[in-house]
Unconditional design. Structure first.
Length: 449
């Protein structure tokens, strides 16, 4: 087992990793920007190293600075959390070259899954269904026209190196195609440093379903069930739950087995998430794989009893899956709300000082957060400041518990998304499990604006 781990992240996920390390008896090193000097992950780590100014490009994304911090503190491994360097294959390679264990998949698999068109080809070859689309990058306007004619409208253009909805454009008519292509390429270049895009058939009313997986270094892969992530705005998830109200036992068993077989063929190791879109007739299509722990991992933890962060660490240290997870079974229903520091009406980020932070408690309630009364929420990073997670015996109890917890969650000094979450959980269609990825647009009457 590792003696010391550097946590290459900030906020609640950094604190979450530190907690797991403490329970395993592993010393921790926090890295922080100048804006995060008073953050809780700095306070609770055994050691802390400032790695640069507030901007993430000069601190949390600065590979030489992170590696320098790891070397001067003599760590055995680095846990990247999610975001920042977590899916950076070059960072994983640098860790390897520095003889520091990267707690995640191999650089090779990160590269494959990071190139969305290549990932689709590999996954299709491994036996999973994919959304009909181009076989690779669209190389120019002539190929664009041919692919569009073959796929049909509506279609969606996606950045190969994309994520979070950037570099994506929906095209409903031929006359929109060229402008959308140029716009998607421009945004992709700005956001990811690559203008490459590919095309897929656009599913009008899909649900977003994802499977949590773990793989060890000895060729074994398991899945820990699915999560429903359809409640989202502009491709940013707001609510996640497990199990999905749209999945039955047979579909879960059949697709889960296919996911496991596909990832065993790819020799996948550590934690990952295989994401699908479900169309209106219940067909599921692979869209991408995230080669890291997910923001929403706590809902899987609550319905399985598996500590996914500990499992990541144990697998990276060479343990077999059965030892890393222990015996587990599925029980109950869990839901997570992402609480963001933003205006719930305009969705404008709301940085500032938190004057009151009183999280809810009680049976079946968990709050993952690095916020506290007096904390300053900086404007430089993602706006999520807390995750409110509940578990019930069934979905009905979990929804009731979440409604109660949202009413008891008091955050003052900044605006948050809690009022929006209350509105979601008061909606009868949500309670009935009748929703898709356009739910928020219909709830707010915004048509995606």
């Amino acid at each position: 087992m590792f003696q010391k781990i550097l946590v290459a992240n900030r906020g609640e996920i950094a604190l979450r990793v530190i907690c797991a390390c403490k329970e395993l008896g592993i010393s921790t090193v926090a890295v922080y920007s100048e804006a995060d000097r008073n953050s809780l992950h700095v306070r609770f780590a055994d050691e802390a190293v400032c790695i640069g100014p507030a901007r993430s490009t000069e601190s949390y994304l600065n590979i030489p600075q992170v590696i320098s911090a790891a070397e001067i503190t003599n760590v055995d491994a680095i846990h990247p959390g999610y975001g920042f360097l977590s899916e950076n294959a070059n960072f994983a390679k640098v860790c390897e070259a520095s003889e520091i264990t990267f707690i995640g998949p191999t650089p090779e698999i990160i590269e494959i899954m990071g190139e969305k068109d290549r990932a689709r080809r590999e996954i299709r070859a491994a036996g999973l269904p994919t959304v009909p689309g181009s076989d690779g990058i669209i190389e120019g306007e002539e190929q664009l026209a041919k692919e569009a004619a073959r796929i049909g409208y509506p279609l969606i253009l996606k950045a190969v190196a994309g994520g979070g909805g950037r570099g994506m454009r929906v095209v409903r008519r031929q006359e929109e195609l060229l402008v959308a292509y140029q716009s998607a390429r421009s945004e992709a270049q700005t956001a990811f440093g690559s203008p490459d895009v590919y095309a897929e058939k656009f599913l009008e009313h899909p649900r977003h379903i994802e499977f949590q997986v773990l793989g060890d270094q000895y060729g074994k892969v398991i899945h820990l069930g699915e999560r429903e992530c359809s409640i989202q705005r502009r491709h940013q998830k707001l609510v996640e739950e497990s199990p999905s109200p749209a999945m039955d036992a047979k579909r879960r068993r059949d697709l889960g087995a296919k996911v496991v077989r596909a990832l065993e063929k790819l020799h996948y190791t550590n934690a990952g998430t295989v994401e699908f879109l479900m169309d209106e007739d219940g067909s599921l299509y692979f869209i991408e794989m995230n080669t890291r722990i997910q923001v929403e991992h706590p809902v899987t933890e609550l319905v399985t009893g598996v500590d996914l962060i500990k499992a990541q660490i144990r697998i990276a240290a060479g343990e077999r899956l059965e030892d890393a997870t222990g015996e587990f079974h599925f029980s109950g229903h869990a839901i997570e709300c992402r609480v963001n520091a933003e205006d719930p009406e305009t969705f404008t980020p709301c940085a500032g000082r938190v004057t009151t932070f009183q999280p809810p408690g009680g049976t079946g309630v968990r709050v993952d957060s690095a916020a506290y009364a007096g904390a300053v929420i900086p404007p430089y990073y993602d706006s999520m400041i807390a995750k409110l997670i509940v578990k019930g015996r069934d979905r009905g109890e979990a929804i009731g518990r979440m409604r109660r917890a949202l009413e008891m969650f008091v955050i003052e000094g900044i605006k948050t998304s809690v009022p929006l979450h209350r509105k979601i959980f008061a909606d009868p269609q949500f309670a009935a499990g009748q929703f898709d990825t356009h739910f928020i647009e219909r709830l707010l009457g915004t048509n995606g604006k």
